[in-house]
Design a protein around this ligand. Structure first.
Ligand code: GLY
Length: 614
């Protein structure tokens, strides 16, 4: 059985559209109806968001009813999408359907995840990509676990101060335009992943993506809104894209075909990653770089290699977490925060002052370390053992006072300022009938990356250079201030917050596959879904709908979702000394959870997406 959903666009991004049509897709004999639900509005009733419920799905009796504050816009008690055997969840219905097609054709979760990754490059071009990079954590049913790092690297001609002008001021060239891009890693990463753990040929798993690019698909309100918001930025940097014919974004209901991208994907399908890194696609990329003053060369592309890494293996209250190690800060920071929280034996009730104080204090301390101690392990020493150790967490937990928030500056006077990272990335989760699981987070950094589209090859390039500390110790125009560990060096990977994570239950079976988009909120959001499932025994639907909070040390405040903390609790937190920052919504998460008889999949209820399974 397959159920698909499409929900509201993240309302913080402003555009308000009311869906007017229903997209029908056929996937290997199964009709998937994607209702484009009326809802895209800041103040749209939460009930309009669509839930992807499946009649007859088993209800897990071990889960406990959740209670959210009055007026919270995502009510408790919804049901996630159920599938008995296999499931894929992403921000794009077309990409999730591509994964389901491969699963049904006999592929395993890795085959399906790679299919999904390439399909996202077509159907979710704001963040799905071949011009960016990402991270994947894999857990195979036979016990093998792996992590692959295909983060972009700084070009060989990159220099420490390349984004600082003659007056010592940080420019915006790390964010937009040709100079903003790191050397893309996605094609190398996805093909290496498939070669090691997949079962189907690359050409087969790429077939749905090629068809989507060649034959096109109908743009929905989510993608139309994303394009509309990106119009000025992309058209300033790129001409001739299929997204903005005559300089105007395609509207919902229009068909988007991407013939150049189809040709590029076909070449990769035929020749593997070499086609991208050494063939005519590389020529197109380098020519595009030259056109706009970028510095990526053929030598950069030829030298790119993904890195297989040992996943961080940690525990939380009897569960095992498999998480992404550096060059992402995600797994380390999440581990440190969860270890601190674990020091409190009886978890405070969800939504209580004590709960927010505990998680806020844990995140604050973990981010103090994150912002100054982590960088690319090929270039700097990362104190991994210390940051992930239970004894270190115990010492940090002891600094949490019962009734008072600590000032970040008092906790660590020498620390760097916190990073406010760009917020557009995308995560997908896939499981199969054997119990293999894949968690992948991928990004162009900002939505639509650098705004640069590679002419002739048809894909967007990232602006990942901005994830470096472009001038260590000094805020850049986005408030990004990080330490020396993350300074620019040629060939170095910029620090990330991406946190693809797989949680195993006490029997060693996959329980949860989860990860997120949202810069530093990736870490806090992903870990809160884990906490909601393990500590609060919520269903997946509730765990994903529960209001979220975020603390990243500096700014020294607890960010919360509007309506997500009860007024009395807000008053208590204020009295304890918390600075409180309200935001419409936090984090874009896509997750799968094992339930009795199968799997539940839940795309982000605050954004768009689909859980597709059978
Ligand atoms: N570009 C966002 C991240 O890697 O954390």
């Amino acid at each position: 059985m397959t159920v698909c959903r499409r929900s509201v666009r993240n309302a913080t991004h402003g555009a308000m559209h009311r869906a007017t049509h229903r997209a029908i897709m056929r996937v290997v004999g199964t009709t998937i109806s994607c209702a484009l639900l009326a809802a895209c509005a800041d103040r749209a009733p939460a009930t309009a968001e669509g839930t992807g419920t499946t009649a007859g799905a088993p209800i897990d009796p071990s889960r406990v009813a959740a209670h959210f504050p009055d007026g919270w816009r995502l009510p408790a008690g919804a049901r996630a999408t159920f599938a008995a055997q296999a499931m894929a969840v992403s921000n794009s219905p077309e990409a999730s359907a591509a994964a389901a097609e491969i699963l049904k054709a006999g592929g395993n979760a890795v085959d399906a995840a790679v299919a999904l990754g390439f399909a996202l490059a077509v159907a979710w071009p704001e963040a799905g990509n071949i011009g960016g990079g990402g991270y994947t954590v894999v857990h195979m049913a036979d016990g093998r676990t792996a992590a692959i790092d295909y983060r972009e690297v700084a070009p060989l001609a990159a220099t420490r101060n390349m984004y600082v002008d003659a007056n010592g001021k940080v420019t915006d060239r790390s964010i937009e335009g040709h100079l903003a891009s790191g050397v893309p890693g996605a094609v190398a990463g996805l093909t290496a992943l498939l070669a090691k753990f997949g079962t189907l040929p690359l050409a087969r798993v790429m077939q749905p993506a090629i068809a989507l690019a060649r034959d096109g698909f109908v743009i929905d309100t989510a993608l139309a809104g994303s394009m509309e918001r990106a119009t000025a930025m992309v058209t300033r940097n790129s001409q001739g894209t299929p997204y903005f014919p005559n300089g105007t974004a395609l509207a919902a209901g229009a068909r988007l075909t991407q013939p150049d991208l189809a040709r590029t994907l076909q070449a990769i399908a035929d020749r593997g990653a070499d086609a991208f890194y050494t063939g005519w696609i590389a020529d197109s990329l380098v020519a595009e770089q030259r056109r706009g003053g970028g510095i990526i060369t053929r030598a950069d592309l030829k030298a790119y290699t993904p890195a297989w890494r040992e996943a961080i293996r940690t525990t939380y209250r009897g569960h095992t977490l498999l998480a992404m190690p550096p060059s992402s800060s995600g797994g380390v920071t999440m581990t440190e925060a969860l270890n601190i929280i674990e020091q409190t034996p009886a978890t405070p009730a969800y939504g209580s002052t004590r709960w927010f104080h505990l998680v806020g204090s844990a995140y604050q301390r973990a981010f103090i370390d994150r912002n100054v101690k982590i960088g690319d392990p090929a270039f700097v020493t990362v104190p991994l053992a210390q940051l992930t150790s239970k004894s270190y967490a115990k010492a940090l937990a002891a600094t949490i006072e019962d009734t008072r928030a600590a000032a970040t500056k008092a906790l660590e006077p020498a620390m760097a300022q916190a990073a406010r990272e760009p917020e557009h990335t995308t995560h997908y989760s896939v499981v199969d009938a054997q119990g293999n699981a894949v968690a992948t987070t991928t990004t162009l950094n900002n939505s639509w990356g650098s705004g640069v589209w590679v002419r002739g090859a048809g894909f967007m390039l990232n602006d990942e250079m901005d994830d470096f500390a472009v001038q260590p110790g000094t805020p850049n125009m986005f408030g990004l201030v990080q330490g020396e560990q993350n300074a620019i060096q040629p060939g170095k990977r910029m620090l990330s917050a991406m946190s693809p994570t797989i949680v195993l239950d006490s029997a060693g079976q996959v329980l949860l596959v989860v990860g997120a988009a949202g810069g530093p909120t990736i870490i806090t959001g992903t870990s809160q879904v884990i906490l909601n499932v393990i500590d609060h025994r919520m269903t997946l639907a509730d765990a994903m709908r529960a209001p979220r909070v975020h603390h990243q040390a500096l700014p020294d405040s607890l960010t919360y979702e509007d309506g997500g903390i009860a007024p009395a609790v807000l008053d208590s937190l204020r009295t304890m000394g918390y600075g409180l920052r309200k935001q419409r919504s936090l984090v874009n998460i896509n997750a799968i959870m094992r339930v009795k008889g199968g799997w539940e999949g839940q795309p982000e209820p605050r954004r768009s997406g689909a859980a597709v399974g059978y």
